[in-house]
Design a protein. Structure first.
Length: 240
């Protein structure tokens, strides 16, 4: 019975590590990935800045990187992953990317005593969300193509796959993506792997106040001791 009580405590709380990690490295990693994502995008799309002009690629242009398995192909996505469209409601998608990125930044700052894989996963999600947010929010204005919040996301990595027929359509390659998309995909896989250990808000609160868990564990241990004593007394009486 006491063991069950202790088990319940362990199920409720994801136990934090004794030592916290320096989260500055994770924020720096997210910033680096965002910069890398943006650098590759503007090199593909082209830009003119302070009198310097880089031509970039024309829309639909494609070059082999690893034979025809991986190609550099310039496309623009007005919606989200896999070409899902939002039309006039795209401003909500753009703002959602900002809100999600901001929430994940806060979350990352609070999980410094939890699983390393979860910290890496959240870092990748931040880089992906904010990387594509920059495209949607500013590229339309920067390139003089769309209004604020209505820019297109630049995609350029094309990976060949075996031909797939799906609802009458034939797909010869994976949907073209970018570094931010890759960050989101890998981050989600890591979080799915460590899903059982994903800290809740209650876990974060208890990690900041470890006395709460210690108190409940102490009560469980005391209950276990009482149960053991009771069982011993019962055994002695039965023996008599």
């Amino acid at each position: 019975m006491a063991l069950t009580a202790l088990s319940d405590v362990e199920k409720i709380y994801v136990k934090p590590h004794e030592k916290s990690r320096n989260m500055l490295w994770f924020f720096m990693a997210a910033a680096f990935l965002i910069l890398l994502d943006q650098l590759t995008k503007i090199l593909v799309k082209g830009f003119t800045l302070f009198g310097y002009h880089h031509e970039g690629m024309y829309l639909g242009e494609s070059h082999p990187l690893i034979g025809d398995v991986v190609r550099l192909t310039f496309v623009e996505n007005p919606g989200m992953a896999f070409g899902i469209q939002f039309g006039f409601a795209k401003i909500f998608l753009t703002l959602f990317s900002l809100i999600a990125g901001s929430a994940l930044l806060w979350y990352l700052s609070k999980i410094k005593r939890f699983s390393l894989l979860i910290q890496i996963g959240i870092t990748l999600l931040i880089a992906g969300a904010l990387g594509n947010f920059i495209d949607r929010c500013f590229y339309g204005v920067f390139y003089g193509e769309q209004a604020l919040f209505y820019g297109y996301v630049v995609d350029f990595i094309q990976v060949d796959i075996p031909d797939v027929n799906w609802f009458g359509a034939t797909y010869t390659h994976w949907p073209v993506f970018n570094i931010a998309d890759s960050c989101v995909s890998v981050g989600m896989v890591l979080l799915l792997i460590r899903n059982k250990y994903l800290p809740t808000l209650a876990d974060i609160k208890n990690a900041e106040n470890p006395s709460i868990i210690s108190s409940e564990q102490t009560q469980s241990e005391a209950s276990q001791t009482d149960t053991t004593l009771s069982d011993n007394v019962s055994d002695n009486e039965n023996t008599k």
